[in-house]
Design a protein around this ligand. Structure first.
Ligand code: AMP
Ligand code: MG
Length: 500
């Protein structure tokens, strides 16, 4: 791998845009300006996200920065536009959707982003577009902070994701269940093209645009597929594989997306569109994080299957390009194997197991069964498991305390210890390896809630503090121990819905 290229820090006015997406036919988008907001102010900004585009963090505090990233001033050379797409929502064809409140500014140089070498900058919550449908084109401070924190937390965990540069607030009222205030989050990703972007042209019976879109995606983001025998089938296979790997990574940290509609599924296999997401706390395989998802279509345990279903929707949309149903099916068939293999690898690493042995499945199933029966905190379990010593039970207490049924835990721990002995596992070595994959800190809902409530009173310090903790989730941060603890009782009352 090449060493990351250091980009000299640039002033905001030195950012220049490329416009490969805007060079697509006009039917792909509508050009428009963001709608201004009164008296914008900086809520939060990420130095790490800024580094991706070589932006100098000294710019964050300027009025110009707030003006630009709330959409009140357009940078020279930007070509703001809203893209069209469609999608299946909760399993039902929803027809045309599109960027109802997101506005793309263009693509900025990012030498370390392969293979495109660029990252798109997108304002979310920047006002009405032709695709706003019944919406107001706005986003509230609450949901913008949630998107910002989780984007950066996922990046910290090493999980593919869109990033968040900043949130800019305004006191302009935005009405949801109750009056809130407006905010604009600036998101960064190589592209925001979704499964639903392909479905859009398929269901509108526009094969030329469908091909143009697929060619654009291959040329810019999957150039190695250009030489495949069947490039479109190869694209479907690769997108399916990346999706399978992404979901395995979600499952391995207990991340629940909450709204896995096909319009929220990235063609690059990155996590996209943070709404009513959640991280698993007391383990329940059927846990539903989205209060609006009454049937649990997007519960934790359903995510792997739903992602496969979504790949089928993509495959259906790509059928006119690929030609043969059997070729579509062949590309989709890889999903289960890719998912299972990746999830197995991740779980072995989480358990500190180097080899893959025949009975491991049984050990792992028993572990999940116990976690379920005892409502064990997902993050604390794996982190504390790393402290277990093969030949010394005296340190078991903090881990054992997570279980109501201590005897059942002891019995499982005995099996686990004998499994570790089989591969002559060394405590210290295993602990270091496990700590590198089992985070100490995840974005628990209540932590986000505290930060949001302070921010709603104009104290943005907690958003900043929390994000910095989540930037390095695998590190011991003794001064931030409180962020690693079990949620307080009131946390179970928090309801997160699609309202944003
Ligand atoms: P989501 O499921 O949140 O990703 O949103 C689904 C669709 O609704 C997308 O096309 C969004 O752009 C659109 N949308 C959501 N909220 C709003 C809003 N407040 N104003 C306009 N469009 C919205
Ligand atoms: Mg969406």
């Amino acid at each position: 791998m090449n060493a990351p290229e250091q980009i000299p820090a640039r002033r905001l006015d030195q950012l220049t845009f490329n416009h490969s997406f805007a060079a697509l036919p006009p039917s792909f988008y509508t050009r428009l300006q963001p709608t201004p907001l009164p008296d914008p102010y900086l809520v939060c900004a990420s130095e790490k996200a800024a580094a991706l585009i070589g932006l100098d963090p000294a710019e964050f505090a300027t009025k110009h920065f707030a003006d630009v990233f709330c959409g009140n001033r357009t940078l020279e050379n930007a070509l703001p536009l809203a893209a069209v797409y469609s999608g299946h929502q909760f399993g039902v064809w929803a027809g045309q959707l599109g960027d109802g409140r997101a506005i793309l500014l263009g693509e900025v140089d990012s030498p370390n982003t392969r293979p495109s070498g660029t990252l798109e900058l997108q304002l979310k919550g920047a006002g009405l577009t032709p695709y706003s449908r019944m919406g107001d084109g706005r986003a509230v401070l609450r949901s913008s902070i949630r998107e910002y924190l989780c984007s950066e937390a996922m990046a910290g965990l090493g999980i593919p994701t869109s990033r968040a540069l900043c949130v800019i607030g305004s006191d302009a009222p935005v009405y949801r269940e109750r009056p809130e205030t407006a905010a604009v989050a600036t998101r960064i990703a190589p592209t925001f093209i979704r499964f639903g972007s392909f479905e859009h042209w398929f269901y509108n019976q526009r094969p030329d645009e469908l091909r143009t879109l697929a060619d654009y995606v291959i040329d810019r983001f999957y150039p190695e597929l250009r030489d495949a025998a069947q490039p479109y089938q190869a694209l479907l296979r690769e997108a399916t594989k990346r999706t399978a790997h992404l979901i395995a990574q979600w499952q391995a940290v207990g991340f629940m997306h909450g709204v896995m509609n096909t319009d929220n599924m990235s063609i690059l296999g990155i996590t996209l569109d943070y709404g009513p997401y959640g991280f698993m706390e007391a383990f329940d395989v059927n846990r539903i994080c989205n209060h609006s998802d009454a049937n649990g279509r997007y519960s934790y345990g359903m995510q792997p299957r739903i992602a496969h279903w979504n790949c089928y929707a993509l495959g259906q949309a790509m059928l006119p390009l690929i030609g043969e149903v059997d070729d579509v099916r062949a590309a989709l068939d890889g999903y289960e194997q890719e998912y299972q293999t990746k999830f197995d690898i991740l779980l072995h690493a989480k358990l500190g197991l180097r080899a893959d042995q025949e009975n491991d499945d049984q050990l792992i199933q028993a572990m999940f069964g116990l976690m379920q029966a005892n409502h064990v905190d997902f993050t604390l379990f794996f982190r504390r498991l790393g402290n277990l010593r093969v030949d010394d039970k005296t340190g078991d207490e903090p881990l054992r305390d997570l279980f109501i049924d201590r005897a059942a835990f002891d019995a499982w721990a005995e099996q686990y210890r004998s499994r570790l002995r089989q591969e002559n596992s060394i405590d210290q070595v295993r602990r270091t390896a496990m700590n590198a994959v089992n985070p100490q800190y995840v974005l628990r809902n209540y932590l986000a809630q505290i930060a949001i409530e302070k921010a709603q009173k104009k104290d943005f310090s907690e958003v900043d503090r929390l994000r910095k903790v989540l930037d390095a989730p695998y590190d011991e941060q003794p001064q931030s121990q409180q962020y690693a603890e079990l949620p307080p009782d009131w946390a179970s009352q928090i309801e997160v819905s699609c309202s944003s």
